[in-house]
Design a protein around this ligand. Sequence first.
Ligand SMILES: [Zn+2]
Length: 74
Amino acid sequence: MSARITLHCNTVWRESACAHQLLTDARTVEEARAAARARGWRTAEDDDFCPGCSGLGPQPADAVVAVLYPGGRP
Ligand SMILES: [Zn+2]
């Protein structure tokens, strides 16, 4: 896959920001966020929060990549 849109967790802890991000091959931010929500992310107007910061706890490693078009370009 070739990642097109990457969502970054916007949670900022006392001393550092959360480093989680979600790589997607979505074509629009809305599409990327929809994929993120399907994986437990919370999304808002300008902020995205990873599942771990949304109270769901640690997530499996494969949760950081969302492949929407596994077959590549149509
Ligand atoms: Zn986070």
